[in-house]
Design a protein around this ligand. Sequence first.
Ligand code: 2NL
Length: 369
Amino acid sequence: MPDTPDRSALEALRADFRARVASARTDAELKALHDEFLSRKSGSVTGLLKQLGSLPAESRREVGALVNELKTEIESALDVARTALTASRPPAGAVDVTLPGRELPLGRIHPLMRVRREVEDIFTRMGYEILEGPEVEDDFHNFEALNMPPDHPARDMQDTLYLERPIIGGIWGAHRRDALDGKPPDAQVRAATLLRTHTSAMQIRYMQTFKPPVRIIVPGRVYRRDNLDLTHTPMFQQFEGLVVDEGITLADLKGTLEAMVQALFGSNAKVRLRPSFFPYTEPSAEVDISCQGCGGRGCAICKHTGWLEILGSGMVHPAVLEAVGYDSERVTGFAFGTGIERIAMLKYGVDDIRLFYENDLRFLEQFPA
Ligand code: 2NL
């Protein structure tokens, strides 16, 4: 500011003020504007007024009028702006119905449930029925009917958790109750003495109740006396598939597993069957998929074999078919089983099964909602 205020300096101040007052949005901004231009000690207009005394008499009158005019303009503009601001404020306690709603923190599907639903969808599209069953079972459904008599060594391998006293009761297949009507209750569910070690128990129940053709998937929790480590939990979630009809072959098993694996892991995934043993299937096969880490070339994940084991399978043993009253000369079938955790670990690259059960949001939030 020159010592002697001239018209252009005054006009520049005026323009500056007008622009700033037009963009002021809060009381604090208006107060700051007032102080900058009009405060007693340091206001720029106040400063001009103070300088009037040092002007020659002939210009003092004219310049004084102009400065005072600017001062008045600023005061009334601030007044108007303050009033407008107050008027635009909603009354105390008012609700602004135009505000967007508060977003509720939504949970997300657990990765194991995602995989389970994905598997269910794949097999539903192939015409399978999905069913669950009781988690407490009796010896017959969990072992005997599956070709594992009381002294069979496979029972020890499953490290079964037995109940102290039997439980009698339970309902399954409620959607097809008509097939059960008229039968005594203990023909439906026998005394339960153990936590099921696989969902095969329910597949036995299904075959006892319905004639072939059978095309079912049974997902659910199963229990084994395992200690926690990177790949074991004493409870895990399994799904088993079972198909029984006339003329079912190992080729049907391999084609079905290939369709499942490619739906889960992409159309490049390959399937390999390796000879194995289960008491309830003959022949039996472990099923490998081409390693998703290296595409089959060999890496640390697949221990340089190019393959990862994903499930067990085989042709249903004739003794199992006979145990449920099927004619093993007339019908054949295939079955397979795997851990949902295992599929999820392969699919999402999880290296510790315990993560699925620790409820740590830092883990769970990495999966899509
Ligand atoms: C595994 C292996 C398997 C089956 C499950 C089955 C069921 C019936 C008859 C015959 Cl009713 N077999 N299920 C067959 C082969 C393997 O599971 O490693 N599970 C985690």
